[in-house]
Ligand binder design. Structure first.
Ligand SMILES: Cc1cc2nc3c(=O)[nH]c(=O)nc-3n(C[C@H](O)[C@H](O)[C@H](O)COP(=O)(O)OP(=O)(O)OC[C@H]3O[C@@H](n4cnc5c(N)ncnc54)[C@H](O)[C@@H]3O)c2cc1C
Ligand SMILES: *[C@@H]1O[C@H](CO)[C@@H](O)[C@H](O)[C@H]1NC(C)=O
Ligand SMILES: *[C@@H]1O[C@H](CO)[C@@H](O)[C@H](O)[C@H]1NC(C)=O
Length: 613
């Protein structure tokens, strides 16, 4: 095992050293088929939105100034067009960015609207960013002024206004917590207006003054209008020192809350099938501490597209042949390789020599962007130009009080059939990040807890069941109904939102602001209406029909929602028996599964070795 793992590590490290920091140009989120930016379609970063609907609009505009944003909104209002804002990268999976209106609407893209102004004081330093500014650019610009920002998503290619749009976050419950919207001081919002006011106007929302509206705009799903600029509060630059410590998951139940208490920036990656937990011990240290670490977290780095395609191919082979053991083998090898190589973190920008990694906040908090390249064959794993990954990406927040019982339930599922959860080990395990109850946003978390990111295989063909889909479905329904988990607004499959309408006590306040600012609902679409339950639209969320449960479009109530012709029937959950899941019941004898441990030496086929990355 050792030699094989070492070989893999060497291969992957040499990929890094060879290509250094260059990265692949991502494809545009909006592509137009008519003249002058008309007849357009938008894509998620994976190519598909969670509902698989076509995301069309009659046109796209690319404002570069606030005046141009106002002009775009005025044009939309005057002509009664449905409008949605879309970022340069379109990194949300639900079809949030689609204007609806049968393709007659308008995309307002923030791609070219990206100025940053840092205000160094007196008073709290701040940065005012235009809507399209990317997280990485924001962090780098603040650092040029000796300033920084505490919490953010782990990847720098997201736009600041898109992050606010879905309430995106990092990890930590100290102070104001890890959601970016908590640090907003001011938002300039462009909203519909009357004909006398020229059909569009800017409202400037200041924290402490306009909270009734600002607390809706902090996390708005884009239904209030267009965020023009955001002013965020900054801090003096600091460094962080962190270690990733791999341990058995035997006491994970009690370790979660401790990790949150003891680490300003802690997190945990759990590999339930491997019975492993990787604890991130991560705190701030003074700027004088030695260390020039840089976050090159491997799952978010560009690599040769052929690797992703090979990995996909081997997973498709396992899916077709029903070979869960092969997934276990690869997942185990992959986890070992990643741990050995420090998951891509470097101590000095190029090499990983061991923990702790110490570095400036802007270099550690978030990784590069997959933009600006010279080597087109290098792409990020989610790039839709290659035939690599297509995955479901679940993001659910569970309160600290519920997390121990949830962990026990998942362990019980593993005990019933260890290989059923190997698949998620191929997608970086279950990432657990600490989230604080919102002090401000109406649509923010309602309790302190942990956001679980669970990523797994999605078939390109929605009519094909996936291996052990009953287990991921059971976990999802357990989260929703037994543990009152809250889906991340920018992730999760359609059924992840079935309970959302009852989840937010402040939803009526949010909807009141929405009605006040956009009474015609020009900035709303079918998806936002159903997740916000506008006029009872939550009833339209699930799309029942043959095979709907295979692709996360419904929770099965009848066998036809699964794939009875392939042996998948709508059955009760095994641990959470209220769940209704699609399970293959022909010739599966649960009790006959023995737990086998796997290592990289049992990787016999070339796809297996390649896909260990
Ligand atoms: C590789 C990767 C890593 C990620 N890491 C994390 C993470 O660490 N933590 C986390 O919480 N999430 C994470 N996410 C999810 C991500 O943060 C959200 O999906 C985020 O909303 C995407 O931002 P975007 O700029 O692509 O916005 P989009 O997907 O384009 O838009 C998101 C929403 O915001 C609205 N919006 C965008 N701009 C404006 C504006 N100017 N005015 C009004 N509305 C606007 C859009 O209409 C839409 O509703 C990750 C996603 C990917 C692909
Ligand atoms: C980083 O450290 C490695 C090993 O200690 C060294 O070989 C390399 O040159 C260093 N890189 C930089 C940029 O200092
Ligand atoms: C399932 O496996 C157990 C243990 O090997 C065996 O006793 C039982 O008969 C099997 N059941 C079926 C239906 O094959």
């Amino acid at each position: 095992m050792e030699s094989r793992v070492r070989l893999i590590v060497i291969i992957s490290l040499s990929v890094f050293c060879w290509f250094g920091p260059t990265v692949g140009v991502a494809p545009p989120a909006v592509e137009c088929y008519g003249v002058g930016n008309t007849d357009c379609k938008a894509y998620s970063y994976q190519g598909l939105f969670s509902d698989r609907n076509e995301c069309r609009a009659a046109k796209v505009v690319y404002p570069t100034t606030e005046q141009e944003v106002i002009a775009a909104v005025a044009d939309g209002v005057k002509n009664g067009l449905k409008m949605r804002v879309i970022s340069k990268g379109s990194h949300s999976l639900p079809s949030l960015v689609c204007p609806g209106g049968n393709g007659a609407g308008m995309f307002i893209s923030t791609r070219d609207y990206k100025g940053i102004a840092v205000n160094t004081g007196p008073g709290t330093p701040t940065a005012t960013v235009e809507a399209g500014v990317m997280l990485k650019a924001f962090m780098d610009e603040a650092s040029r002024h000796g300033l920084t920002f505490p919490h953010m998503p782990y990847w720098g290619g997201l736009s600041i206004s898109g992050i606010l749009g879905t309430g995106a976050h990092g990890s930590g419950i100290w102070g104001k917590g890890s959601s970016m919207y908590e640090y907003v001081k001011e938002i300039r919002l462009v909203v519909p207006a009357s004909e006398e006011d020229g059909y569009a106007k800017v409202i400037n929302l200041v924290a402490g003054v306009d909270d009734e509206i600002l607390n809706a705009a902090r996390l708005s799903l884009g239904v209030l209008g267009v965020i023009s600029t955001v002013t965020l509060e900054l801090q003096p630059m600091f460094k962080r020192s962190f270690s990733l410590v791999e341990k058995s998951d035997v006491d994970l139940e009690t370790q979660v809350a401790l990790n949150a208490e003891q680490n300003e920036f802690g997190d945990i990656t759990w590999y339930p099938a491997q019975k492993l937990a990787v604890y991130r011990l991560d705190n701030r240290v003074p700027v004088v501490t030695t260390g020039e670490g840089v976050n090159k977290y491997i799952h978010l780095q560009p690599l040769p597209a052929a690797l992703f395609e090979a990995a996909r191919l081997s997973e498709e082979v396992d899916e077709t042949s029903g070979d869960g053991q092969a997934k276990c083998m690869r997942a185990t090898a992959q986890v070992s390789a990643l741990n050995l190589m420090g998951h891509g973190f470097t101590n000095n920008g190029t090499h990983f020599t061991g923990y702790p990694v110490v570095g400036f906040q802007n270099s550690i908090a978030t990784s590069g962007t997959c933009e600006d390249t010279t080597i087109p064959s290098l792409m990020c794993v989610w790039d839709r130009r290659h035939k690599g990954v297509l995955s479901f990406e679940e993001g659910f927040t569970v309160s600290f009080s519920n997390i121990p019982a949830f962990i026990r339930d998942v362990k019980a599922l593993v005990a019933l059939n260890p290989e059923s959860l190997c698949g998620i080990g191929l997608y970086a395990g279950i990432l657990m990040r600490h989230i604080k109850k919102s002090r401000s946003a109406y649509l923010g978390p309602i309790e302190d807890g942990v956001e679980l990111d669970i990523v797994y295989y999605r078939s390109r063909d929605p009519h094909v069941p996936r291996l052990y889909q009953d287990v991921t479905e059971e976990i999802e329904q357990m989260l929703l109904f037994k543990y009152n988990a809250r889906p991340h607004w920018g992730k999760s499959q359609v059924v992840g939102f079935v309970t959302t309408k009852d989840m937010y006590p402040e939803l009526p306040r949010f909807l009141k602001v929405k009605n006040q600012l956009d009474p015609q609902g020009l900035f709303s679409n079918d998806w936002t209406d159903s997740v916000l339950n506008v006029d009872g639209a939550a009833a339209n969320l699930q799309k029942f029909g043959p095979h709907c449960a295979l692709d996360g479009q419904c929770i099965c109530t009848e066998d036809i929602h699964c794939a009875p012709e392939k042996g998948y029937f709508c059955q009760a959950g095994r641990i959470y028996t209220e769940a209704r899941v699609c399970r293959k019941v022909s010739n599966v004898n649960e009790t006959s599964f023995a737990y086998l441990t796997h290592d990289a030496d049992s990787c016999v086929d070339p796809w297996c070795s390649l896909s260990i990355l």
